[in-house]
Ligand binder design. Sequence first.
Ligand SMILES: [Zn+2]
Length: 228
Amino acid sequence: MVTYENGPNAPVTHTWAQSHILNLISSHHVDWIFTSHWLKKNNENGAPCSFPNDKTTGFKIKLYAHLLLSADIQQRNYPDLYPRRPLLCTECHSDIYNNSHIGFCPAHLTSLNHDLNIAATYLCSLILSSPSAPPGTTDILPLIRRSSLFSPVFNINHPIYLLLHQLVPEELISVISLHIRSRKNGMVIMETFIQYFYSQITQKYWRIHSSSFHSWELSCRITKRKKK
Ligand SMILES: [Zn+2]
């Protein structure tokens, strides 16, 4: 089995991804109760048992387990269809394309940092518009930006990696509870913000990678029909 010891450009295995998550969790604690609640929350369209809901839950679980169909997973599933060599990301052409790469692609880092700034502003607006917002509060945004979650991203060691893989950092809850005393209203803000992050950031980068890799697959005549 290939491990990280083979070098940072070696294919990332499921085992390595788990180790990376564990390392991150040791310094950026995860709220497991809220994470469990978020993973189960799949009623985006208001219908509890529909196909779109199952699809959303499935997508979240794949993000969590690093099982989205990136190059390494496709190579594992179809060893005769894909080249045996490590496959580079079709966006940056420099790093291996695996689940850990999503969001942290060098070609997307500027955009991700911009998105995080917007997300910090959005979180600030959620707090200020809450019925539990402390009166006269205006200087929340600098405090939010001071959180490590919204600090500049350079690589996958950033705590935002956890949120991209559907784990809710305790720090996010702390940032909100610093201003919102009501647990109920704090949870409403949490859910709204995590949903925003999921739809506006996590899904955005996955779609870019998925579409780009699909174009490469077609250029190599790797089609769905050949996978049957
Ligand atoms: Zn890349």
